[in-house]
Design a protein around this ligand. Structure first.
Ligand code: EPU
Length: 334
């Protein structure tokens, strides 16, 4: 993967511009995480690259690595809390790598930037089951893969046949069964860029699948906030405990609790939502840490973040390791 750059900022920028021109990809300055994430907070980004095809994305990742430029992958930005300060790395946005979903029998091949809700609808119409529980997750397919998005009894990892991954500037195919698909976590490593996937779905009656999707939507509308600026569940449920983090936060009476522009959702206590133009990532982070502290004190449980926290700074030695962190944050609400 990439390593800490030893060049000056100016040399680095020149190298980045040269790569963008050579690969022929759109490269933008002056973007902010507040525009690119569903929580609508977060600071300025040095560069945003927006490749349009899987091959282009693979070449770019290889070029950035070769030039030792730090980078991270962003999809829909629906599972990312990025700090308010300036972020000095390249964001590889996969949203334009969407192509079309190619169906063949029970299989579908789709690129990482394709919308997960759209894929779920496409599949349901064709009478293909296995992902209908994921229809309300406002993320990209790549983000869903990166963290094994799940909801209402379905997890994407269960139906993956092969994943296309960029390695050394090339597209490599990895078998789904060679990937570890855990609860909101996979064995994909920072530095691996997920480009696309082939899913093997389960033939079923289209009307029944559509009805199940409608039922899931009803449940979601009843139990989770909608239309709010959120990143889905903020914390994981404590693994293997059968406990619900949302229920625990609710029982502590924290629904509606505010810190600046961040609020514990009155609908579902494991959702932190932001409000107003002045909301900051630090508000959401402060509220989240307060929740963790209280759960630690009152329940003796160490909550693990489910959203990805994107720090603005990288340490001397870890710039490379952290770079490609989240694939994209598919999951507001897996
Ligand atoms: N509950 C409360 N108060 C609350 C929230 C929940 O009492 O404020 C209770 C519910 O009434 C229920 C129990 O807690 O008895 C569990 O709640 P829910 O059914 O909403 O499930 P969850 O464990 O909170 C998980 C996922 C969601 C996913 C839903 C539906 C996690 C962290 N959350 O929520 O995923 O949509 O199940 O399958 O695994 C996400 O990953 O971003 C996410 C939202």
């Amino acid at each position: 993967m990439t390593h800490q750059s030893t060049t000056s900022p100016r040399e680095r920028d020149a190298a980045i511009e040269e790569i963008a021109a050579r690969v022929g990809v759109r490269a933008e300055r002056g973007r902010r995480f507040a525009e690119l994430t569903s929580l609508r907070v977060g600071g300025a980004i040095d560069w945003v690259f927006a490749p349009e095809t899987e091959e282009e994305a693979a070449v770019l990742a290889g070029e950035l690595e070769a030039a030792r430029v730090a980078w991270r992958v962003l999809g829909a930005g629906s599972n990312v809390l990025a700090e308010d300060e300036e972020h000095h790395y390249v964001v590889l946005s996969m949203r334009e790598v969407k192509g079309t979903a190619l169906f063949e029998g029970a299989r579908v091949s789709v690129s990482a930037g394709y919308s997960l809700p759209r894929l779920c609808v496409d599949a349901a119409r064709r009478g293909l089951a296995g992902i209908e529980g994921l229809g309300g997750i406002p993320g990209t397919v790549g983000g869903a893969l990166w963290m094994n998005a799940g909801a209402f009894g379905h997890e994407i990892g269960n139906v993956v046949e092969t994943v296309r991954v960029a390695r050394g500037g090339h597209v490599v195919e990895v078998r789904g069964r060679d990937v570890e698909w855990n609860y909101r976590r996979t064995s994909f490593q920072d530095g691996e860029l997920l480009l696309g996937v082939t899913l093997r779905l389960i033939p079923d009656d289209s009307a029944k699948i559509v009805e199940r999707m409608a039922e899931v939507k009803r449940q979601r509308m009843e139990t989770q906030p909608h239309g709010a600026r959120s990143a889905g569940c903020f914390f994981k449920n404590p693994p293997g405990s059968g406990l619900s983090t949302g229920k625990m936060i609710d029982e502590m009476g924290m629904k509606g609790e505010k810190r600046g522009g961040a609020i514990v959702s009155p609908v579902h206590a494991n959702f932190i939502v932001t409000e107003g133009d002045d909301a900051r990532a630090s508000d959401a982070f402060a509220l989240a840490e307060e929740i963790r502290e209280r759960i630690r004190r009152e329940r003796g449980i160490e909550l693990e973040y489910e959203v990805e926290l994107w720090r603005s700074t990288t340490t001397e030695t870890s710039a490379g390791e952290q770079t490609t962190a989240d694939e994209s944050a598919a999951d507001e609400d897996k």
